[in-house]
Design a protein around this ligand. Structure first.
Ligand SMILES: Cc1cc2nc3c(=O)[nH]c(=O)nc-3n(C[C@H](O)[C@H](O)[C@H](O)COP(=O)(O)OP(=O)(O)OC[C@H]3O[C@@H](n4cnc5c(N)ncnc54)[C@H](O)[C@@H]3O)c2cc1C
Length: 482
């Protein structure tokens, strides 16, 4: 990158806020999805929204692509740098600006770590509900961009339910405010548009969050089944009975083995393990838990273990929350897939995943948010075995196709990013994608904010929308559009 531009960035953030040496840039070449790597031209670390604005203005003037980054725990390549572009790291914007207990609101900068919000409001009897398993390291800015979910989003809703407003630096460097502390602002729900936009519409520099009163009681049940089918059927039966647990998580044998090796959570060896949590008034919890136990027993649960203390409850959760990372105990490499299916299709789709896994000769561990039908099949492989990485990628893709065929979606919470953009045309028709592009172009007409992510093919904002016209090479059968 031109020295003139580097010096401009240095003038904005000072020496300590600019990385240009290869060994510094290496940290930023990928996110949690390490299959994709691109070295950025520079990494800029602003400390204020004004500095973010100044950096983005330079990018806009010079046509330099930028990628916002929180903690880099994303699993779809969302924070993957753009060749020749810069990364804007938001980790230094990490202040909690306001805690407004009477209105149950908290205002934060984007680099605040998810679990720090709950830590700050816990003394007042509140918590921040969206709880991705990565919550001890991921940022609120990254959660907003991905519309992050978590075990407790079944009852409390995803990030979008808890973000009421934002301050945003648009891709031309201007600063706008969308939403507010109050509900039902007139006009378009732009906060709803921004949440889940994966860094393609601008950079959030302040976020207004809704916090929730801690319930009087919480109960967590472990239920062990002989098959994922039985466990899946129990999940559907619990919801069909009109019960909305705070969380229902499921793990299969391989996931249990890995979690046990890493965390020793005391899980029994079984083929389908459920963690069911309910919360609310103590009397209601007692009555609902009785019903849940009965349903689980009806569907074949041979162990029903209710956590007897907060320590025991946290130990049960520790195993589940560490399950992705724990895969390193049973496999040198793995792909975390993220797809959604209708809850009632769980037993069928899990069986089909088993068949695909057998046909490919690769192990698949399943650990997921069963209540939401949000699957996380983990495809295990060994990169040092020639051809295995490609086979694992193919298997992970086939699993996604299964999800779409079952009436589900290509992502539940990890986003599209770089990894899944080719699947967007499996789920959406051209007019749908065109409409999304029009929204994107309204925010970012010069396409410098995280370009070439999310959408299956780059498109210029001036390009005419309308029915897709195939390229002559496609018509001739020489090239194929994904
Ligand atoms: C072990 C593990 C477990 C996980 N479990 C879950 C889970 O349960 N649920 C879940 O939803 N996810 C989960 N994830 C994925 C990941 O943690 C989430 O997607 C998280 O929201 C990413 O936050 P981050 O700060 O790391 O963002 P990054 O990875 O740095 O960035 C993610 C995206 O956000 C954009 N972005 C970052 N900051 C901003 C900003 N201020 N303004 C605009 N765009 C921005 C980036 O450009 C990128 O597109 C898990 C990841 C790991 C490694």
């Amino acid at each position: 990158m031109d020295d003139r531009i580097i010096n401009e960035f240095r003038a904005i953030t000072g020496d300590a806020g600019l990385f240009t040496r290869p060994e510094q840039l290496r940290t930023y070449e990928c996110d949690g999805l390490t299959n994709f790597r691109v070295m950025p031209a520079a990494v800029v670390l602003p400390s204020t929204a004004e500095q973010v604005q100044a950096i983005v203005r330079v990018c806009h003037r010079e046509g330099i692509p930028f990628v916002a980054r929180g903690s880099g725990t994303g699993l779809s390549g969302g924070a993957l740098p753009h060749k020749g572009g810069i990364v804007i790291s938001l980790t230094r914007l990490n202040r909690i600006l306001e805690i407004d207990i009477p209105n149950a609101r908290v205002v934060v900068e984007p680099g605040v770590i998810n679990s720090h919000v709950t830590e700050q409001v816990a003394p007042f009897g509140y918590f921040y509900a969206p709880d991705p398993s990565s919550q001890s390291v991921c940022t609120i800015g990254g959660n907003v961009a991905e519309n992050a979910g978590g075990a407790h989003c079944l009852k409390y809703g995803f990030t979008t339910t808890h973000v009421l407003g934002m301050e945003i630096v648009l891709p031309d460097g201007s600063l706008v405010h969308i939403g507010n502390k109050t509900l039902d602002e007139p006009g378009y729900d732009l906060a709803g548009v921004f949440v889940g936009s994966e860094g393609t519409l601008g950079i959030a520099t302040k976020i207004i969050l809704r916090i929730v009163k801690r319930p009087e009681a919480v109960q967590t049940l472990l239920a062990a089944f002989n098959s994922p089918d039985e466990a899946g059927a129990a999940v559907s039966a619990i919801i069909a009975a009109g019960i909305l647990p705070a969380a229902i998580e499921m793990m299969d044998r391989l996931a249990i083995q890995a979690a046990e090796a890493a965390m020793r959570a005391g899980y029994p060896e079984c083929d389908g393990l459920l963690l069911v949590e309910i919360d609310g008034p103590a009397a209601e919890c007692a009555s609902l838990m009785k019903q849940i136990k009965e349903i689980c027993a009806t569907w074949g649960a041979w162990e029903l273990r209710l956590a007897q203390s907060e320590t025991e409850r946290m130990t049960l959760w520790k195993g589940r929350k560490a399950a992705f990372a724990a895969m390193g105990r049973v496999s040198p490499n793995y792909i975390v897939q993220d797809g959604v299916i209708p809850r009632t299709a769980l037993p069928k789709v899990l069986r089909e995943i088993g068949q695909l896994s057998e046909a490919a000769g690769l192990r698949v561990a399943n650990v997921f948010h069963a209540g939401d039908g949000n699957l996380h099949p983990l495809v295990l492989y060994d990169r040092s075995v020639p051809g295995q990485e490609l086979a694992a990628e193919e298997l992970a893709s086939e699993i996604l196709n299964l999800c779409v065929k079952a009436g589900g979606s290509i992502t539940g919470e990890h986003g599209v990013g770089e990894e899944k953009k080719k699947f967007m045309s499996v789920m959406f028709a051209e007019p749908d994608l065109d409409t999304m592009q029009l929204v994107r172009c309204a925010f970012d007409p010069t396409r410098i904010a995280n370009p070439e992510k999310v959408f299956p093919r780059p498109r210029l904002c001036a390009e005419k929308t309308g029915p897709y016209e195939p390229h002559p090479l496609e018509t001739a059968g020489v090239a194929q559009l994904f």
